[in-house]
Design a protein around this ligand. Structure first.
Ligand SMILES: *[C@@H]1O[C@H](CO)[C@@H](O)[C@H](O)[C@H]1NC(C)=O
Ligand SMILES: *[C@@H]1O[C@H](CO)[C@@H](O)[C@H](O)[C@H]1NC(C)=O
Ligand SMILES: *[C@@H]1O[C@H](CO)[C@@H](O)[C@H](O)[C@H]1NC(C)=O
Length: 281
């Protein structure tokens, strides 16, 4: 009697684990969207990526990436290489985010990343019906085909809207509309959105855009602040180290929505100390 039970359990778990990697079973899906800092320029100097991948961004069999041809593969930096095709891509926040979220093991299962960011794009280019918006929806829906739930959108954009006063003033309304439209079109009215407040920018109207980002008050929309994160020598993009820090901030903000516990305090540090202790031996 008991042995039949264990045999069935074994058969079931074998079925489940093979399915996960061949048929690409249920995933926790995250959409990465915005402009260059989300796409990732960490380690890119003078148009060349140095190829250095920080340990926090290393591949992990539990992290998959939706390629531009809508098939899945094991995720590796640069995550946006076949999406943001006209620029040199480097380290972004996506891998550090995923590794950190998985370390907390909230039963998310396989993480499926859906890169959609494109450098140099202002918010009006992300409006409903536009090419970037449609591509985001198309990729998000394709990602759900194999089974899976979109857990959040990670959004880092705004630099291109700091250049003229008109755009800066319209930014808050346009951003709120973008979030509302995506949630509505994905039929997920409470879909978590974690967005990043710009620290500085090329344009004269950074403060207006930044204020808009920080002031948005919608349910399940959180804002993390990029102020103080290290930049590349060009002063225009987050460095790889900055992206690692940002990935962790985005993860903490997401985990606060998932499980409203004090995530940034003792628990993750203990886990990290435990692992680094192991490796030091
Ligand atoms: C990048 O280009 C600038 C100006 O051309 C040069 O001074 C600098 O040394 C270059 N940096 C690297 C890392 O190649
Ligand atoms: C890349 O550049 C081409 C030619 O200018 C353009 O048609 C295409 O939309 C660009 N792709 C992206 C992702 O920016
Ligand atoms: C990248 O992010 C940094 C920090 O928020 C910001 O100062 C910079 O303007 C951003 N660059 C672009 C091109 O978005």
């Amino acid at each position: 009697m008991y042995s039949i039970f264990w045999l069935m359990l074994l058969a079931y778990s074998t079925l489940v684990s093979t399915e996960k990697f061949t048929n690409e079973g249920t995933k926790s899906i995250f959409i990465l969207a915005g402009q260059s800092n989300m796409s990732g320029r960490g380690g890119v100097v003078n148009g060349t990526w140095d190829g250095f991948v920080p340990p926090e961004c290393h591949p992990n069999p539990m992290i998959r990436r939706l390629r531009s041809d809508l098939t899945w593969e094991e995720a590796r930096e640069p995550l946006h290489k076949d999406v943001d095709v006209n620029r040199t891509c480097g380290i972004g926040p996506g891998m550090a985010f995923s590794n950190w979220v998985l370390q907390r093991d909230l039963g998310l299962g396989v993480v499926g990343l859906v890169p959609c960011a494109v450098g140099g794009t202002d918010i009006s280019r992300w409006s409903r019906g536009g090419r970037l918006y449609n591509q985001l929806l198309h990729r998000a829906r394709a990602a759900m085909h194999g089974g899976g739930l979109i857990r959040a959108i990670l959004w880092y954009q705004g630099e291109s809207d700091t250049e003229n006063l008109g755009d800066a003033k319209l930014y808050k309304g346009r951003l709120e509309k973008f979030f509302a439209d995506v949630r509505s079109d994905l039929k997920s009215p409470m879909l978590p959105v974690i967005q990043v407040a710009l620290a500085s920018g090329q344009g004269s109207y950074v403060d207006i855009v930044r204020k808009a980002q920080l002031e948005i008050e919608l349910p399940n929309v959180r804002c993390v602040d990029a102020k103080g994160l290290p930049l590349e020598p060009d002063g225009l993009h987050l460095s790889a180290a900055g992206q690692v820090q940002l990935g962790r901030m985005l993860a903490d903000a997401f985990l606060q929505i998932m499980a409203p516990l004090p995530v940034s305090s003792s628990a993750p540090k203990r886990a990290r100390n435990f692992f680094s202790g192991l490796f030091r031996i």
